[in-house]
Design a protein around this ligand. Structure first.
Ligand code: ZN
Length: 300
């Protein structure tokens, strides 16, 4: 496997973006994932990308309540726990008031108020912040999350954006996707590229990339930006990717994922997400990936 940071725009093009998405009328009330077409199972309106990431406008009408429940309660929740602390510093808009982030361990809370003030509360004089060079550094232990759930969440964003004929190629992923604790190997490793220090966005950006020419890399890649986080994954389970030469697989990635480690060496920030063990991480408001210890990272 080789990661390439030079040529992504030569190999991939933007195929479907969240803002272009529309469920075809013929696909309304036919669940893309489990296949049900029982109208009674479409009582709730499914967000294309979760509301907590700042999406209030884009919905899909081909996701039933059962599937929505699995995706929301497990996978999207895992993503939320993964990023809640750092993104609580941003005025990400949603239906409800901004959520309060509570650190039960260090006993403080963070809440963005509608008048654009960030309020941090603590019931005791704790050690949750440091002042260094005129910067306040706040650290927190995140709520627990399961890495594979975060990965399944991003994978599902990719499927949600696809049209029916592209989706047909991913049929073999469905048992794995719908059974939260199923761990099977896809044809592409469950690798997530992550940069947690990008210029933040208050509305999410989700783009499905498609390979535009013959190349020994997966046909689809998803990029997703939420608050401070920028993610990229390559979608496993595509039947057409069976033709690739797996020993020489190439992954063209955005240069945003190139980071400098403690020793001053450059590396790529990517994580193996194939784990069902709960993880908690220590983050700070300027957090570096060095704090993100519990997920394997081959290059750091
Ligand atoms: Zn369903």
């Amino acid at each position: 496997m080789v990661y390439e940071v030079q040529n992504i725009s030569e190999i991939y093009s933007e195929y479907i973006t969240m803002t272009d998405y529309e469920t075809k009328k013929s696909e309304y009330f036919n669940c893309k994932y489990c296949g049900t077409n029982n109208k009674k199972r479409f009582r709730s309106k499914a967000h294309l990308i979760p509301e907590f990431t700042g999406n209030k406008e884009w919905f899909c009408y081909d996701e039933c309540d059962n599937c929505n429940h699995i995706f929301g309660n497990y996978y999207e929740n895992a993503l939320k726990n993964f990023g809640a602390f750092k993104n609580s510093f941003l005025p990400i808009k949603r239906k409800k008031p901004h959520p309060k982030y509570i650190d039960g361990h260090k006993k403080f809370s963070i809440k963005y108020r509608n008048d654009n003030t960030l309020v941090m509360n603590t019931s005791e004089i704790g050690n949750f912040f440091d002042i260094e060079n005129d910067n306040i550094k706040v650290s927190s232990v995140t709520p627990p999350f399961i890495p594979l759930y975060v990965y399944k969440c991003l994978f599902k964003f990719g499927l949600a954006l696809m049209n029916t004929s592209d989706f047909q190629k991913f049929k073999s992923s469905i048992p794995w996707l719908l059974n939260k604790d199923m761990k099977i190997k896809g044809n592409i490793p469950y690798i997530m590229l992550l940069n947690s220090q990008t210029k933040p966005v208050v509305k999410p950006i989700a783009i499905l990339l498609k390979r535009k020419k013959e190349y020994n890399s997966p046909e689809y890649s998803l990029v997703f930006q939420w608050g401070f986080y920028f993610f990229q994954i390559f979608l496993p389970f595509n039947s057409l990717d069976e033709n690739l030469d797996y020993n020489e697989l190439k992954f063209p990635v955005f240069e945003n994922f190139v980071i400098k480690n403690n020793k001053g060496n450059f590396g790529l920030s990517y994580y193996d997400m194939d784990s069902l063990s709960k993880v908690k991480s220590i983050y700070d408001a300027n957090f570096g990936l060095k704090n993100f210890k519990k997920i394997k990272s081959p290059l750091i």
